[in-house]
Structure formats: C-alpha cells, structure tokens
Design a protein around this ligand. Structure first.
Ligand SMILES: [Zn+2]
Length: 276
C-alpha cells in the first residue's frame, strides 16, 4: 500500500501575538519507514504553492504556519507532502481551514473553537497536561526487536518507550483536559508495588486538535500520572470536531511512558522545576 493521507486539518491559531497563524495537523497511512513532511501554502486553490517550513519536519503537525491574514475572511490553502529522504511519496489534497463548511458555518465554528479553547485553559477544574501521540510508523527499535517477536518489552527502553518504534511518541503536545465527571482519586504511584494494578479508568474531555487515538497517552501535569487512551469519542458541529472525549486507564508507575521527556517547566523566577 502506498503512502496516503487519512486527513489534514487546519485550525486558526488562538494564541495571542500570533495573529494569522494556523496549526496544521495530519494523519497518514501506508508508511513503514522514517518519513518527513513539508507544508505548502497558497492564496488560491491552484497555487502557486510555497513551502511553509524551513526544514521538513518528522512531526505529525506544524504550528503557526501560513501568512498573516489582513482580511480575516480571506482563505488560505494548504497541502502536506510526505518525503522519504528527498523522494516525494505523496501530496495531500489542498485543504482550507473552512473545510466542508460554508462561510457562515465556518465563522460560527471558529468562534465555537475559540471558546472551547478558552474554556479548557481558563475554567476552574481544567487540568493542564500533555498529549503524547504514539508513533505508528518509523524505524523499528533495535533494542526491543525481540518484543516484535513476542517476548516482553524492556521497561527501561529509552529508545522506543515500549512501543517498538524509535522515539515512541511524538513530542509532548500541550493539551488541557476536563474530567468528564469527578477527577479520579488514585493512590500514590511512588509507593506502588511493581506488578499488575487494578484497572483505574478515567474520562476526560480535550480540545479537538490534534486527533487523539487509542494507545496515545495523556499526561496529567498536576499529578504526573500517565493515562493510556482506550477510546476516543468526538463531539462535532456540522461534521467538524468540537471536542474529544477520552476513556483512559492510568498506567502503573513502572511503565516506560513515565520516562518519556516532557517540556521543562519554569517557576516564577524562571528556573526549571521538576515535574512530578
Ligand atoms: Zn525499544
């Protein structure tokens, strides 16, 4: 099967001081080796296209790309390309942030997204965290190659973090979450004995971009707990995603996902602080 795109999604950048930017997220299939991506932008659906990224990226997203929009209702068009080395494997369809929505729907949708974004970050009870998107293609881990033959994976593997693919996960993506009901109360992972633990399920709502998948991990920045995502439900507006609901289980303290690096945090004096 050849490389192809499952989806390409564009959302306006909501951060202050980044007017006109867009976040571009994509999902691909049919790829086994290491690949990189370039994002192209154009003012018209027929081009001319110009590359957004100085260097092709190996992430599944590109942040704050596009041209400054002087007229907020103007559209930009994006394409994503997959490369293996310098060989072009596939180019996506051209997509706009408006997607299938007509102009009126898009303006409503953009406002809904903006509010959802604010809600997750500003509402009491919202929890700062990270989404770790699991790598499903790339180079196989040489340390754990036995795992691919069915023998147990090394919990200490800092090459693939137990996924069998080098790197394990994409870099932590800031993702706030709202516990759907009550925040789960768990015993401290520090004092836990190694071995099977009672399955501890939790539900949380998160922003709709990027798309979370089962087997991805959500990190609660407050407690440091890592949760494996079991199922993802989507709330939509006219087919466009508004939020994602995650059904998750907490991972035991000895799981390799706990050693996956997270961005450094800084205290009020600007010094890095250790995450739990
Ligand atoms: Zn490994």
């Amino acid at each position: 099967m050849g490389a192809s795109f499952q989806n390409v999604r564009i959302i306006p950048h909501f951060e202050q001081g980044a007017t006109g930017g867009f976040d571009v997220h994509w999902a691909i299939t049919g790829v086994s080796g290491a690949v990189t991506f370039q994002v192209l932008v154009a003012d018209n659906p027929d081009g001319p296209w110009s590359p957004c990224l100085e260097q092709p990226t190996n992430q599944l997203f590109a942040l704050n790309v596009g041209r400054i929009l002087l007229n907020q209702q103007e559209l930009q068009y994006f394409k994503v390309q997959i490369f293996s080395g310098s060989l072009l494997l596939a180019t996506s369809q051209s997509v706009t942030p408006r997607s299938q929505l007509d102009r009126r729907e898009y303006l409503v949708y953009r406002e809904m997204l903006r509010r959802v974004h604010l809600d997750f970050e500003k509402t009491p009870g919202s929890n700062p965290g990270y989404l770790l998107v699991r790598r499903i293609f790339g180079d196989k881990c040489q340390v754990c190659c036995d795992e691919l033959l069915g023998t147990p994976v090394s919990n200490e593997c800092s090459v693939c973090y137990g996924t069998g693919i080098i790197g394990g996960y994409y870099p932590a993506y800031e993702m706030w979450a709202d516990w759907a009901s009550e925040a789960p109360a768990f015993s401290d992972t520090e004092t836990e004995q190694p071995g099977p633990i009672q399955e501890q399920q939790a539900q949380a709502d998160i922003f709709p971009y990027p798309t979370a998948h089962s087997q991805d991990i959500w990190v609660d920045r407050g407690t440091g707990y890592r949760y494996r995502i079991l199922r993802v439900g989507h709330e939509t507006f006219e087919g466009a995603p508004i939020s994602q609901n995650l059904a998750m289980i907490r991972l035991p303290a000895q799981h390799p996902a706990y050693s996956f690096p997270l961005p450094a945090e800084y205290d009020s004096t600007g010094n890095p602080t250790d995450l739990p």
